[in-house]
Design a protein around this ligand. Structure first.
Ligand code: AMP
Ligand code: TRP
Length: 349
């Protein structure tokens, strides 16, 4: 049994409110969040404390937080079932992160590739928060004693670090307190690439808006971006590009990254396996295939975008969801921090 009386395993995941959500976030994360809600006890967090590790305009942060929340709801996450809240409303995250700062080693953080990517050339000027980002992430998950974490492929290294922190804490204090978490990295959609460059991840930080499909793009914008998506001169491939494990071979991905990405997006949107998609599209021209892809993308995404818009016009409702979710989250997280302080030997007078 968990604290809340459920016998289901607990999931935690988070998304940063650093700007609009795109198709990669949806297929790699948010859609999975909705799929998992019946089989797990789910805690989904808009991680505003993580967001400020890079500069966020204080006049926009609250609305960005509402936008991610609206996307969660529009994607079908039920706030009566799953816990949806924003991180800064639950102080336990920051408190456990401090304890974990004293458990994690500088050498471990020095290996984190996301820090190197985000800090860029001028590492000296990056915030200390950006460096400690994965420690706060570990606290997010473990303050709920969650065991499963659905994320895109890019978060694998951070989840390894979470396991290292849990292991060292248990070992240092001679307890069996924190669980060993399992990443849930689902399918080919775990890594959706840019529409302008199949070797680069689709990302909100890409300066070109044509590189991504945003969750709030309307049908025209989606069609336009797919029409102008980068391709190559050959026709669409068939099932011969699948390896024994049913995924597209590395060699093909390297040779034709854009074709791979568009096929993967098409399959993921339709929840169709790659083999049946490839059997269907083999030999087609990109212009025919792009028409199919546009239809599928508009079909799936336009209703979600419209529902997000409706929710954003009702910010009182969205704020209410976050308020209720935060109260439920605190009921789980606060006692865990108290137990941690007790284990560490803090005086509770
Ligand atoms: P972020 O926007 O970086 O906070 O990411 C939110 C979630 O979306 C995380 O689980 C990421 O792993 C996932 N994600 C971000 N970009 C992509 C992408 N291009 N393809 C698949 N998943 C992604
Ligand atoms: N680092 C994650 C990302 O950029 C967001 C995140 C913060 C997260 N805390 C988390 C994801 C805890 C999973 C679990 O996508």
């Amino acid at each position: 049994m968990t604290e809340s009386g459920s016998t289901k395993a607990r999931i935690f995941s988070g998304v940063q409110p650093t700007g609009g959500l795109h198709l990669g976030n949806y297929l790699g994360a948010v859609r999975n969040f909705a799929d998992l809600q019946d089989d797990y006890e789910c805690v989904y967090c808009v991680v505003d404390l993580h967001a400020i590790t890079t500069w966020q305009d204080p006049t926009r942060l609250a609305d960005q937080t509402r936008e991610i929340t609206a996307a969660f709801l529009a994607a079908g996450i039920d706030p009566k079932n799953a816990i949806i809240f924003n991180q800064s409303q639950v102080r336990a995250h920051a408190e456990l992160a401090w304890v974990f700062n004293c458990v994690a080693r500088v050498g471990w953080l020095n290996r984190m590739t996301q820090f190197k990517d985000k800090a860029g050339k001028n590492r000296e000027a990056a915030s200390v928060g950006l460096y400690g980002y994965p420690v706060l992430q570990a606290a997010d998950i473990l303050v709920y004693l969650a065991t499963h974490v659905p994320v895109g492929e890019d978060q694998k290294q951070h989840l390894e670090l979470t396991r290292d922190i849990a292991g060292k804490f248990n070992n240092d204090f001679g307890v069996d307190f924190f669980p060993m978490i399992e990443p849930l990295i689902l399918g080919a959609e775990a890594r959706i690439m840019s529409l302008r460059d199949g070797a680069k991840k689709m990302s909100k930080s890409d300066p070109s808006d044509m590189s991504r499909i945003n969750m709030t793009d309307d049908a025209d914008a989606i069609a336009n971006k797919i029409r102008r998506a980068k391709t190559d001169p050959a026709a669409l491939p068939g099932v011969e590009v699948l390896g024994e494990d049913g995924t597209i071979t590395e060699a093909f991905v390297e040779e034709r990254p854009e074709a791979t990405n568009l096929v993967a997006i098409y399959a993921a949107l339709g929840r169709e396996d790659l083999r049946s998609v490839l059997a269907d599209v083999a030999g087609k021209s990109f212009s025919d295939f792009k028409a199919m892809l546009t239809e599928r993308a508009v079909d799936q995404l336009a209703p979600i975008g419209a529902e997000m818009q409706r929710l954003l016009d009702d910010s009182a409702y969205v704020d209410g969801v976050l308020r209720d979710g935060a109260a439920r989250a605190r009921a789980i997280a606060d006692p865990v921090v108290e137990q941690v302080y007790d284990i560490v030997g803090m005086l509770r007078a």
